[in-house]
Ligand binder design. Structure first.
Ligand SMILES: C[S@@+](CC[C@H](N)C(=O)[O-])C[C@H]1O[C@@H](n2cnc3c(N)ncnc32)[C@H](O)[C@@H]1O
Ligand code: SF4
Length: 327
């Protein structure tokens, strides 16, 4: 059964109130409170002492087909050279994850539109065959979605599809509307998937993506200063692999400006525990974002609820007995 959930935060009072505060005269106090809460979350994640990433983003192709003004890789602003991840590299990654029986979060996208990669259902099926317990999912802008594509992804074993439905009038975009009509018509009980549609504004001021969000420029960027002394949980939990095999600092390093290793020449485990990664974690813990390139201009302050919930439930994200010795 396809469980469809449509969410629209834009019309919720709390959401509107937060937006008002964030732009109002008390926004500095708001950032300070948020920063403290955020630090508590960071401290919690740090205590988990993960020896392997628990959230992995694999960008199989580095392209998008949309022009969201808040996103550094939108079609108008993307400066990256087009790249597609090779099958050999996908296989290497999958085998390494299989070795540790990875059961964390595996996103088959990062700073891109995943449906542009026509291999996506084959890639999903391959990772699913190696990782029966991982939570494999995508976020898509839905511009290329249709019922046939969705059912192929379900057959390939995806656990979750989230559609970011970007429209400034908060209407369903045509492909998403058609998809929902077809799901309703087919009522196919044999298909099993959580499908979330999030009603999103396209022209929105969001996080500054470490200084690279095109619509958050020098005039409205000063708020990141409120986070100068904060840590950030991402380098403690998440690894982002680009089509080239390079590992970026995090998903907010959308253009891959900081490279922490290359999956061609080292294992995921080696990169995760290398001195570049460990120095970043140490700096964030002891001196805050101001001590790190990119982090020092970053105002991202969200925490991943789905990860937090799994930790609280005592979930094992990998089999640590299959890892090397911990130093
Ligand atoms: C980079 S997109 C990739 C997946 C897909 N193209 C999409 O838009 O859903 C992943 C998520 O990052 C979010 N995002 C992009 N730029 C952002 C920004 N400046 N601040 C916060 N979130 C951002 C998008 O809205 C989306 O939910
Ligand atoms: S947010 Fe998603 S859909 Fe929008 S430009 Fe970025 S990658 Fe594309």
């Amino acid at each position: 059964m396809i469980n469809v959930r449509i969410t629209d935060n834009n019309n919720k009072l709390v959401h509107q109130l937060f937006k008002k505060i964030e732009r109002g005269p008390f926004r500095r106090n708001f950032h300070a409170i948020k920063s403290t809460i955020f630090d508590l979350f960071c401290a919690y994640y740090v205590r988990q002492n993960f020896r392997f990433p628990v959230m992995l983003e694999i960008e199989t192709i580095n392209r998008c087909n949309n022009d969201c003004p808040f996103c550094p890789v939108n079609v108008r602003d993307d400066p990256r050279k087009k790249q597609l991840m090779s099958e050999a590299l996908l296989e290497k990654i999958a085998l390494e994850l299989e070795k540790v029986q990875f059961s964390g979060f595996l996103a088959l996208y990062s700073n891109n539109e995943p449906l542009i990669d026509q291999r996506l259902s084959d890639i999903s099926a391959y990772f699913r065959s190696k990782l029966p317990k991982a939570h494999i999912y995508i976020y898509t802008n839905g511009k290329m979605i249709n019922y046939a594509i969705l059912t192929r992804l379900i057959a390939a074993g995806l656990d979750q599809v989230v559609i970011d439905n970007y429209d400034d009038s908060l209407n369903l975009i045509a492909p998403v509307r058609k998809l929902l009509e077809e799901i309703e018509k087919e009522q196919n009980q044999a298909l099993n998937l959580d499908l979330t549609v999030i009603m999103r504004l396209k022209n929105e001021l969001l996080a500054n993506r470490a200084g690279n969000a095109p619509n958050k420029t020098a005039e409205n960027i000063q708020d990141y200063l409120g986070y100068a002394n904060s840590g950030c949980y991402l380098p403690f939990t998440q690894m982002v692999i680009r089509p080239s095999g390079q590992v970026s600092k995090c998903c907010n390093d959308a253009l891959g400006q900081v490279t922490l290793g290359d999956v061609h020449s080292a294992t995921i485990e080696e990169i995760w525990n290398n001195p570049i990664y460990t120095d970043i974690r140490h700096n964030l813990l002891t001196r805050g974002r101001k001590s790190e390139t990119l982090c020092r201009t970053c105002d991202v302050s969200s925490v991943t609820g789905m990860l937090f919930k799994k930790i609280l439930a005592g979930h094992q994200f990998y089999n640590s007995s299959n890892l090397g010795r911990h130093t």
